[in-house]
Design a protein around this ligand. Sequence first.
Ligand code: ATP
Length: 593
Amino acid sequence: MNTKGKKYHLLQVIIRIIPIQVKSAPWNCLLENCLAIMNGLSFALAVVATQNLFDAISDAVAGKAGYRECVIQLSLLAAVTFGQQIINGIQNFHGIGILLPKSGGKLTELIHKKVKRIDPVKFEDTDFLDDLNKAKEGIRAITMFCMLVFACVSFYGVYFAAIGTYLFKLKPVLIITLLMAFIPAMLAQIVNVRIFADLEGESAPLRRECDYYQNTICDREYFKETRILGAFHFFYNRFEETLKILTGKIWKAERKVALFQLMLDFTTFAGRAVSIYMLFTATMSGEITVGMFAAVFAALTQVFAIMQEVVKQHMGNMNRDIGKVVNFIRLLDMPERTGEKGETDFTKGIAAENISFSYPGRDTPSIKNVSLNIADGETIAIVGENGAGKSTLVRLLTGIYCPTGGRVLVGGLDTARYSSSCVFKGISGVFQKYQRYKMTLKENVAISDTTIEEDSNKIRRVLEEAGFEKENIGLEDMLSPEYGGVDLSGGQWQRVAIARGLYRVNGLIVLDEPTSAIDPIEETKIYKQFAHLAEGKCALVVTHRIGSAKLADRIIVMDAGRVVDAGTHDELIARPGQYAKMWAAQAQWYERG
Ligand code: ATP
């Protein structure tokens, strides 16, 4: 199911998001609504208190009531206003200071859990990355949106129902003028929802692009290359161009919204003028008392101010936020990679049965009709030119991606049918783009297997096996200058990554060229060590270097997504072909070895 093109209407969004919000902080949501109801009632109560005060004053002036009655009514109004301020203060503090951060944490957790269940191949899909980015950015907006929904129902709902009844009882036509002022403005805001939802959809990829160019200019990871290559202006120009398109789109949307806003101001003004005129004529004809006039006049001022607040400010915020809420819902609705439970049995090896694979959004398959069996205890090397499909094949053979055609059996489990956590159990790997965790040396290694208790002796052993030598670095040392620790050289980082792969308990181990910063002789040494450690297990190694490939039991030669040759090193160099050519070109690298 593709959720990308799915449209969500305001009501649908509210129905979906409110239960999620309530679940994230149930007691706080309840308290927020109670406070809102009390707040709404206190506003309505203030109108009645105002009417009573003015009636008492006009009666006192006419000699029908005493001074004491005026003081009592004034005190009551003061008490209501004071209570109103207190409730308002508590509600503001609770909403922003407690509900918002509490829900923020829970909603972020929801995103993290969802991301864990999403098919890894989705991370190759730029649309998905946009959605994820948008959903992460929208966390705060979700709670703000829900708080507005709560306010609309519990505060404004109660307030308008109470005031509406009061006005209706006074003069039914008054309520119609209120609605007349309110409805066109509401309609204008509904149109705004569309504008901002569309804007969000269009601006997220541009924002991502801007962030990327900004990183290439400012980030530690990029700045050396950017400076040396003199690429600053290139990236800066790209940044400027993208920002210009982005701000152009924002400006266009804001302009449309401003026009609607103008319409809103005009209709609100007209509605108010008509209401006051009707109130004035009713007082002059003796239909209502002076106290009622004063109270309703004050109430109308407040009603219009509140309407302005609801429609102009709150509905405006809702419009801005709805796009973000929709992105969050869209992420939650994304299909997940689920599957049956099962145990891998690596004595059954790994099998690829006529598999093909295309990356999302690409027409040309990166793997075409590959069939391959890796027996238990066999080490396979995959060689081939850049872009031949080696890494993609490894991702399929380890179950990270599911083939778009054919099937892969890892330890007897069909990767498309069984849950990825079952398939991954027992697989360890070191990949080209391994991570340099800003953590201690110990954590950098032990993170590959959090299911076992951290074992310092084992960590030391695998570091040694990976050839990590740095006498002055201890297991507890932080590997990050940003956090007051040390940095390692590229080669040392690679050895830490290899140690991490070796540390994990496994039945299949993969080395996908993590060794490019190590010279060919050193790489061969590591691969030799690796082959020794992998004895009795299934092992997959990807390499461009024949010196490492020849250690494998069998070598697979890939070209343009297909397996074009296979055999032992001796068999492959004995016949003309890509492998023999590679061997001839690289033989001198190993002369001293
Ligand atoms: P190298 O030796 O350079 O690492 P490789 O043999 O491992 O290359 P792959 O990385 O598997 O090759 O790429 C195989 C094909 O798939 C290439 O044509 C590449 O352009 C394409 N490809 C790889 N990754 C992606 C991706 N994330 N999205 C789209 N196409 C991709």
